[in-house]
Design a protein. Structure first.
Length: 214
């Protein structure tokens, strides 16, 4: 589990591509000394496992499912990435509960300055906007952000200068892809409510037999 508060901006040192999988090497002098092999770390919001480490960097293995469902395939050597270690139970939850399980990929449609804020509009599939609420939470490239507006196919957020400086959203431009993760709580609420509706539907085997369905 993560908080969506980015700890460091790392850079891609190398990507070794296999037939269907990747080994990604990340340079992160600030964060690497705090990691151990086996630790969970998010790379642009994707929960991955540290497989090797050095004094200034670490590697992660990326399986085919992750490559298919995230924007990781677009990364290249030298690209900056958002990094966060898994939270400790004693940590403050400064953002929101982020699983590091990307739900879909969005594309930055526009960036606009508004006083000290940067307004960003991102295309998003319905499978994600379905869970959005005004002033709710969303993780974009692993960054915990507040939903400022949304529609069936987009989400809008606003970031302060500090966030622009220390995360990828500060320099990504229209047309760039981002990883999106909907609020975890919303998914559980939907699951619970749908199960309760099934219980209250009044549908029984006797009724199915009565109408010739069983």
């Amino acid at each position: 589990m993560f908080t969506g508060i980015i700890e460091d901006l790392g850079s891609i040192k190398s990507i070794r591509k296999g037939a269907k999988d990747f080994i990604v090497e990340v340079e992160a002098p600030k964060l690497a000394p705090k990691l151990a092999v086996g630790d969970s770390v998010t790379v642009n919001g994707i929960c991955l496992t540290v497989t090797t480490k050095s004094g200034t960097g670490f590697t992660v293995d990326v399986m085919p499912e992750t490559i298919t469902k995230t924007a990781l395939n677009d990364l290249k050597k030298g690209d900056k990435v958002n990094l966060e270690r898994a939270m400790a139970l004693s940590s403050r939850l400064g953002g929101h509960m982020v699983a590091g399980h990307v739900d879909g990929v969005g594309v930055i449609k526009s960036k606009k300055e508004d006083s000290n804020a940067l307004l960003i509009k991102i295309s998003a599939p319905d499978s994600i906007t379905h869970y959005l609420i005004d002033r709710g939470s969303i993780a974009i490239d692993g960054i915990s952000l507040t939903v400022m507006g949304f529609g069936n196919d987009f989400v809008a957020v606003s970031i302060i200068p500090h966030t622009a400086k220390v995360t990828t959203l500060g320099f990504k431009k229209p047309g760039d892809k981002v990883n999106l993760e909907a609020d975890l709580i919303g998914k559980y609420v939907e699951k619970f409510v749908s199960k309760e509706k099934e219980k209250d539907s009044g549908l029984t085997m006797d009724k199915l037999r009565e109408h010739g369905f069983a």
